[in-house]
Design a protein around this ligand. Structure first.
Ligand SMILES: Cc1cc2nc3c(=O)[nH]c(=O)nc-3n(C[C@H](O)[C@H](O)[C@H](O)COP(=O)(O)OP(=O)(O)OC[C@H]3O[C@@H](n4cnc5c(N)ncnc54)[C@H](O)[C@@H]3O)c2cc1C
Length: 633
């Protein structure tokens, strides 16, 4: 006999088998909790369609991008779910749920769809608001497959120059210097080894740690705690398992500054390895090393990209997927309240004036409006306090106020020397000092010197379709930050009605920054045709971010530890209410795309099964990922 049946009579073995089966059942329930058959898989079939030409007729685009809210349209059917906000987090959730068979209504406050992905036109120029570069969407990764499947495969990207970024330090001083950052596997590391031969060991150790942190298992662990029941995460945390099992959490308590300073001595090299944290608007001492590593691998290791046709291609191509399944995306729909009954969410109220208020009912409400806004403004306090995310509204601050200068230029990008790169311009060369001083200094003091930090981006140079759409014209967007406190007196006032003092201040900032930029790039000086400034109250008005911050909640180091990462989850803890968008994951197009994915996983009660379904479709379309990084980046 091959198998001794006597073994089965051993009570300990019997108990062991029963426990193992029970354990496997619990794990399956936890990880793949699913109501099979209720909704179809959004990834059941490949929904890419042959590429169609760009629609450049603005009136035609506006039919989709500016469809306004009416009571009739909002109540035309019984909705399965309502999404508040049409940012990429809201749209990706809505598209995945629509593909699963739900009828979804998306309500957007602004007159244009897309949240930070929207673009605006003025004086014959088109400007991006919140997408200046994204990671590599040319490589066939899961991230690209996810985007393809919610946009019919219609969004295409152009790659940046291989010298993906330029960093300029001490720009107005005689010691001004400049570095380029090259993209491609290990290209930046190799470049630095050549440039700083005395620091070879430190550079190698830094990149070794970087690779440990951006390992796909790290990203999985970051997302995993957002889908597990909170009690289970608490058990894992009690035994210290997140840090033991994942490098993302093991390295998560170390700041970028700490890691760099423990391996690198040269000051310029330190700044070269940490300047990207300025994108999070947090100093290197307060940004988690793994978060910076994700940004690095996503945008530098494989090269940054830009959506052909501009950032508004994202919403423009996703909305039809939602509407094809019976959904609607309506603009000028300011949700003033989330309606609850008996501790359950039952719908939303649009409008805030008695005669203009419309109540719309649905058993599921998903908020892309940010956790602060949702819990502090849209729910009664007695209900909001029940949310597991409630404590975070006190402990996580809003991100720093945004400042954008939009410049329209006569001439082509070649004539003006504009390139498909990001250019980071720093008045000094000490990031900690720069943040410590500039975030507390009054604006007049900031304007007395070169502005502390600027990011220059030209969509005209990054987008191959630009020349055809805007011949002989170019644009430059200059991004920075400014203290919200300097603008609070104009908070809540509509654009163009904030009065002369506001305009004077705004114009002074614009002039100051433009003067600095044209000193550095003299070819631009005589080509300037249009300048406009977006202040923190502009972004507060158009994106409803708290205190005019660029990204809703601040990206401080603790936010990416297992405790806060778990609380920043799609489930709100209030029945029927879910979160999506940058507070669930992080700022950035790709991170928000995944916030929608995580939210849909929970709403569809699929949890990790949805990742499996996406992976399976990806495998069918492109085969198994070749390298481990091909999974996400
Ligand atoms: C200036 C700037 C530059 C950036 N640059 C880049 C970049 O180059 N690359 C990159 O990857 N990321 C960039 N980001 C970050 C990225 O754009 C965002 O993280 C991301 O797009 C946010 O998506 P979201 O879904 O969270 O929300 P958002 O895009 O902020 O959308 C939220 C939407 O909700 C709506 N809303 C809020 N309250 C209500 C309400 N009560 N009723 C109805 N609607 C409501 C808002 O109007 C808004 O449209 C940038 C952001 C900014 C602001």
């Amino acid at each position: 006999m091959l198998f001794d049946t006597g073994v089965l009579l051993n009570v300990r073995i019997q108990l062991g088998v029963i426990l193992a089966v029970f354990f496997a059942y619990c794990i399956k329930k936890l990880l793949f909790k699913t109501e099979t058959g209720k909704w179809k898989s959004p990834f059941a079939e490949d929904s890419r369609t042959p590429l169609t030409p760009l629609i450049i007729d603005h009136a035609k685009r506006d039919e989709t991008m500016k469809r306004a809210f009416t009571k009739k349209l909002a109540n035309e059917k019984k909705w399965d779910a309502i999404v508040i906000g049409s940012g990429i987090g809201g749209l990706s959730t809505a598209a995945l749920l629509s593909k699963a068979g739900l009828k979804v209504l998306v309500l957007e406050k602004h007159y244009k769809c897309g949240g930070a992905c929207h673009t605006f036109r003025e004086n014959g120029y088109e400007f991006d608001v919140g997408i200046h570069y994204v990671g590599n969407f040319i490589r066939p990764t899961l991230t690209r497959t996810l985007l393809e499947q919610i946009s019919d495969g219609q969004i295409k990207f152009a790659k940046f120059d291989n010298n993906v970024e330029r960093l300029m330090l001490d720009v107005m001083s005689p010691s001004r210097r400049e570095y380029t950052i090259s993209s491609g596997p290990d290209a930046f590391e190799n470049q630095l080894i050549k440039q700083f031969p005395d620091e070879v060991q430190g550079i190698k150790e830094f990149f070794r740690l970087l690779k440990r942190a951006y390992n796909p298992r790290g990203t999985m662990a970051w997302f995993a705690v957002k889908l597990l029941p909170l009690w289970f995460v608490d058990v894992l945390r009690f035994f210290g398992l997140p840090r033991l099992l994942s490098d993302f959490y093991a390295l998560g308590e170390r700041s970028v500054k700490e890691v760099i300073e423990s391996h690198i001595k040269n000051k310029d090299l330190q700044i070269l390895l940490s300047y990207s944290t300025v994108g999070f608007i947090v100093p290197p001492s307060r940004i988690s090393f793994p978060m910076m590593s994700l940004l690095h691998v996503h945008c530098c290791e494989y090269g940054s990209c830009y959506p052909i046709g501009g950032a508004s291609e994202m919403p423009y191509r996703i909305v039809p997927v939602i509407e094809r399944s019976g959904g609607r995306v309506l603009m000028k729909a300011n949700v003033s309240q989330i309606l609850t009954e008996g501790g359950k969410v039952i719908g939303v109220r649009v409008g805030n004036k008695e005669n203009l208020m419309v109540d719309i009912h649905a058993p599921i409400v998903i908020s892309d409006a940010g956790m602060h806004n949702t819990l502090l403004d849209l729910l009664p306090k007695s209900e909001a306090e029940k949310s597991s995310a409630w404590p975070l509204t006190k402990t996580i601050r809003p991100s720093v106020g945004n400042l954008s200068v939009f410049v329209g230029l006569r001439g082509t990008t070649e004539e003006l020397g504009l390139t498909a790169q990001n250019i980071w311009v720093h008045a000094g060369s000490n990031l900690e000092k720069m943040f410590a001083e500039s975030l507390v200094k009054p604006l007049p003091e900031l304007l007395a010197k070169p502005y502390p930090a600027l990011l220059l981006s030209s969509s005209a140079a990054k987008d191959p379709s630009w020349k055809n759409r805007y011949p002989d014209r170019s644009t430059l967007t200059i991004l920075s930050f400014a203290p919200y406190s300097e603008f609070t007196q104009w908070s809540g006032l509509p654009t163009k009605k904030r009065g002369d003092d506001y305009n004077t201040l705004k114009n002074a900032i614009g002039q100051h920054i433009v003067d600095e930029v044209t000193t550095l790039f003299p070819k631009l000086k005589n080509a300037i045709d249009y300048v406009n400034v977006g202040s923190p109250v502009t972004i507060e008005h158009y994106l409803s971010t708290r205190e005019g911050g660029s990204y809703n909640m601040e990206h401080d180091i603790t936010r990416f530890g297992p405790e806060q990462a778990a609380l920043l989850r799609p489930e709100s803890g209030i029945k029927g209410l879910y979160f999506t968008g940058q507070d669930v994951t992080s700022c950035g197009f790709a991170a928000c795309l995944y916030s929608g994915f995580l939210c849909a996983s929970v709403v569809l009660k699929k949890r990790y099964l949805l990742l499996w379904e996406l992976f399976n479709l990806h495998r069918k379309l492109y085969g198994l990922p070749e390298g481990r990084n091909d999974l996400f980046f």
